[in-house]
Design a protein around this ligand. Sequence first.
Ligand SMILES: [Zn+2]
Ligand SMILES: [Zn+2]
Length: 474
Amino acid sequence: MGIDEPKELENELDEEDQWQLYASAEYGSNYDAGSDDEDTEVVEEEIWFDGDDFEMDGGNLDWDAPPCPAPLGIAHVIKLGVCDCCLSRISGSSPDRVAIDAGKELRGKAYDRDPELVSKISQEICPLCENLFDDVENIVSRVIDSLSGFEFSTLQFGIHLPKDLIQEEDRIRSKFGAQGSLPLKGALVRSIHERIAKENMDVVFVKERPDVMVLVDGLTLRVDVDVRPVFLYGRYRKIARGIPQTRWPCRSCRGRENGCESCNGTGLQYPDSVQDLIGEPIRSALGASDTSFHGMGREDIDVRCLGSGRPFVLEIKHPSIRDYKLQDLVELVNENGAERVEVDELSWCNRPKVNEVKSSRSDKSYTIRFRVDSEIDSELVSDSILSLSGTEISQETPKRVSHRRADKVRKRRIVSVDSVAVEGDEVEVTLRCEAGTYVKELVHSDEGRTVPSFSGAIGAECEVIWLDVEDIHY
Ligand SMILES: [Zn+2]
Ligand SMILES: [Zn+2]
C-alpha cells in the first residue's frame, strides 16, 4: 500500500547508491568490479562533479556549491527554486520538522547577504516537492471531510508519491541538503500529522491496527479513507428451529437488491438468520454499514444450539461509533432475537480472534430424538446404543453434502453416550462426540456409509425426528 515508509525509502536509497556506483564507473580509470580499493578518493570527488541533467539555464548555478547549512549551499538551493518548507527541512536549521517560518527567515537572510539572489532563482516550482507543501491544507481538509461522522482514536496515514519525484528529491537533498535532513515523504507525512492533530487533539498516529487508514495520492491528491471494522466475540444460543446461521440469499432472485415476489422483496430465503438477529441491532447502534458473521462451525437450519452456546465473532464494518456499553448491546440483541437467538455476554476483540474461532475444534454434546421403524425391546435398544460409548466410527462423506465435498472416510470418536430413553417407538439419546462427527448419519447410517451406527446396532431403520446441539465444549 506504499505506507511502509522505511522500507520503501531504503529501496530508493539502494537504487540511488547503485546509480552512483554505475555513474562513477565511467570516471574511474581502469575500473574493475573486482577491486574497489584504489579509486575511492577519485570516486567520491567524481560524484560531486558527475554532471547534472537539470533542465534549466545553468548559467547562474554553482555546481560545486557546498551543502547546507553553509551560506553558499543555502543560496544555491534557493537558486534551484526550493520552497520555504523544503528550505527549512534541508537547511540544517530544523532537520526534524518542516517550519515554513524558519524557511522564510533563512530566505530573508540569504537575500540580505546577496541582494541579487532573488533574480537568480531558476524556477517557480520547487524541485524538491513540486509545491506539494502548498497542498497540505487542502489534503488535510479532504481527510477531515472524509472522516467526519466517524469516531476514531488511532489513524494510520500513507501518501503515495511519484517515483521520479522521490528520486529527484533524494538526489538534490543528498547533494546540497544538510546531513540528516528529513526526506520528502517523511516530511510531508509529519506536517500533515501536525495539521490533523491540531483539528483533533486526541488522535494517535500509528503504524499498525489503526481505527482509520488514510491514503493520499500525491499526484492527484485523491484521498481514500478506510474506517476499519470492530469485532465482538460472544456465544449464541439458537433456541428456535428453522434459522440459518448466516444470511441466505433468495433462491429465486439470488438475493438481488429489491428482492422478488417469492421473498417478499427481502432478497432472503429465510427472513431471520443468526447473523442478522444478532448483527442488525449492533450494526444500527454503532452506525455501521454491514456485518460479517464468523461462527465456530454451524448447525443445520433445523437444529437448535443450546447450553453455553456457539462461539462466534461478529465483524462490524465501517462503524461510526467504536465504543458502546457492552451490556446495552447484549440487551439490544436479546430484545431483537427474542425466542429465537440469545447471547449472555459480548466482548471486544481483534481480527485474529476470527481465525482462532474458525480453526478451533471442540467436542460437542447432542440430544437427538429418532423413530425406530419396527417393534423394539427397550432394554435391547438401550444396551446396543450404550455399547457405542467410547467407540470410533467411520463416516464416508454423507450423501447430503457429497455434492459439495470430496468423498472421503473420516474416523471420529463417540466420546460418551450419556443417556438413552425409549418411549414407544421413539428414542432420545444424549451423547458427546468429537468435533466433525456427522451425528444424523450416526443415527440412520446413511445407507451403510457410517459404521457402526445406531441403526446398525439396533438392527432396524431409524429416522431422525429432531436434534439439538446441547453444548459446545470450548
Ligand atoms: Zn518544496
Ligand atoms: Zn427473491
